[in-house]
Design a protein around this ligand. Structure first.
Ligand SMILES: C[S@@+](CC[C@H](N)C(=O)[O-])C[C@H]1O[C@@H](n2cnc3c(N)ncnc32)[C@H](O)[C@@H]1O
Length: 270
């Protein structure tokens, strides 16, 4: 209980400070859009119209709005009250009738959701789950809220990001270059410190394995760089197009799918 309250408080406070800038820094950036397109392609395939999807760590609601536009009903949660406020405002302006219920709720506290209705799928995009220490507990809480055969689409930061290692090693910043490799790394947003965890595909299989079967892993942002290289890559649109094409070819291949900025796991409730 203490852990859950602490996590909600820490993640909420840290990400509250980012909420106002998050869309301009990431959502509407070229890199953010390019990486999100890969996730959306998969999301469209696994969450058909009529599904009720539970979205974890929804941020400013970009994915919830995308799914709702395709006829998916979304219960979208985030630990940050400011992110949820921002998402509610966007919905009111852009799509007031959209079937989205935004809630301030930390992933660790999923048991606070009503026991019914059961969901058809779960979606977590862009590293919210990297902020959660105990994914085994998340898996068993999710399992209780899902129909048999329900689908999970989870996008997390990888343990080994080739771009990050090369970029920071070239600058002589080896601590940053290899920060993910230790599996957990301290992070700070506007003075709020928290831990970021970098599970491997194997450890995710162990955490989710009792309740979910891993169906596929897709690399996101392999040649396409992380968002901190936005200013550099937007100067070379042709190079970005080549990188995008390269990613399309290799993103489902072993090794490549594990060394991008993010990895997208598709699982099914057993
Ligand atoms: C990088 S943002 C991703 C937001 C959104 N999913 C997207 O694709 O743009 C990470 C989000 O995870 C949320 N978050 C971090 N820790 C969390 C936790 N323990 N429970 C719920 N949300 C959390 C943050 O508040 C933030 O909105």
């Amino acid at each position: 209980m203490t852990l859950a309250l602490d996590s909600q408080h820490i993640a909420g406070a840290a990400f509250d400070t980012l909420a106002d800038q998050y869309d301009s820094l990431f959502t509407f950036s070229t890199v953010g859009r390019t990486q999100r397109e890969v996730v959306w392609e998969r999301a469209t395939a696994v969450f058909p119209a009529g599904y009720h999807v539970l979205e974890l760590n929804c941020g400013t609601g970009e994915d919830a709005m995308f799914l709702a536009r395709r006829g998916v009903r979304v219960t979208a949660c985030d630990a940050s009250g400011k992110m949820i406020e921002y998402a509610e405002r966007r919905k009111a302006v852009e799509a007031p009738a959209a079937l989205i219920d935004f809630r301030r709720l930390a992933t660790e506290n999923l048991d606070e959701l009503p026991a019914q209705p059961l969901f058809d799928g779960v979606f977590s995009n862009f590293s919210g789950l990297n902020c959660v220490a105990d994914l085994r507990a998340v898996s068993s809480k999710l399992a209780m809220r899902l129909h048999p055969g329900a689908t999970l689409l989870l996008c997390l930061s990888t343990r080994f990001c080739l771009w990050e290692m090369l970029h920071y090693a070239a600058k002589g910043d080896f601590r940053k270059a290899f920060r993910r490799c230790r599996g957990v790394s301290p992070a700070s947003l506007d003075g709020h410190s928290f831990s970021v965890y970098y599970p491997t595909v194997r450890s995710l299989q162990q955490s989710f394995g009792p309740e979910f079967r891993l169906r596929s892993v897709t690399g996101v942002g392999i040649a396409v760089p992380p968002s901190y290289l936005e200013r550099w890559i937007t100067r070379y649109p042709r190079l970005l197009a080549v990188m995008k094409r390269f990613d399309e070819v290799v993103r489902n291949l072993p090794i490549f799918r594990n060394i991008g900025d993010h990895m997208l796991l598709f699982m099914e409730r057993v």
